[in-house]
Ligand binder design. Sequence first.
Ligand code: MLT
Length: 407
Amino acid sequence: MIKINENYLKLQASYLFSDIAKRVAAHQQANPDLKLIKLGIGDVTRALPDACIQAFHAAVDEMANDASFRGYGPEQGYDFLRQAIAREDFQARGAPIEADEIFVSDGAKCDSGNFQEIFSTDARVAITDPVYPVYVDTNVMAGRSGGAHNGRYQGLVYLDGTKENGFMPELPREPVDLIYLCYPNNPTGATATREQLRQWVDYARENKAIILYDAAYEAFIQDDSLPHSIFEIEGATEVAVEFRSFSKTAGFTGTRCAYTVVPKACMAYTDAGDAISINTLWNRRHTTKFNSVSYPVQRAAEAVYSAAGKAQVKDLIAYYLSNASFIRERMESLGYDCIGGENSPYIWIDGKSDSWEFFDLLLNKAGVVCTPGAGFGKCGEGYIRISAFNSFENVQAAMKRIADALA
Ligand code: MLT
């Protein structure tokens, strides 16, 4: 008799964004004439930068000729892209990352979900709360937790993010082995200073722990004093892995391209205490389970680093950030406390009521979709997240509808 992985039975019924999509679809079916404005899931709405499109087209044309056709690419990504990433995203900021430490993939969601596979199932996992649900769910699936109790899985170490600590939780009070951090943060939009990241790196070095650092939103950082990568912190290459994505940076949510940085100096340990480079382990995992991102997509991603690509990406980010600033200003003028939206496309709003009730109110009375904070964890209760990914016209209309609904 084939048996299931019973850890799946511990999970809440469905993934947060699928749950929201179901509610929205039901509402749309009941109100077919209503034009909903979606500021929920962080999905971009603007076209790919022209530099990317041109590179994409040229690469597709190469595939049309036997002489320039390409079959399987290297699982880790083509060297032209890995070199550009290492040079532009890291070395240019003084972060000592080499091309062979970059693993190109089809998404930061997949990588941040899959990476835990290379660690022992008894690793103690620290999760900030509120949090991107993928980190939690994948560790539950892997058997690193007990069942859910009062909205939290037993066995995971939750680090509370609150208004008081600016959604930057304190260091764990009990020993942990694997720490998930995300800055600029999804969902709160909070950022991490150099000094704060230094404390996490020091903690990880002292405790032989590893930090899985999700920097998918780094391109939104406007404040020059903030680090874009954890590898800007000395010693971080020994204890951190970083996830990056072209999705929010350059509009690749539907095109799919991301990468994970796994420094060769970063070690995890055998039962006997022998240090093993996780770059070697991840390379083994990646080459076994992944067969690279398509050649045209990697050429399109490479174009992000051209002079034209850089300028176009900057414009794209500025566009979404001006939406963010508009949303934040309007919500504050309605009397709501907000954080985020300055170095992040997300605005985290204290709704002063139950998250799902506030979500339903905006859906039913304003026809606007947001994300209920409670879906990101216990500390998200009472909050909603509004995403800046939409046209300015839609954002303006949404904020007018929200103001009318709340009047
Ligand atoms: C979000 O809305 O939190 C993100 O779009 C989710 C994701 O990137 O997978």
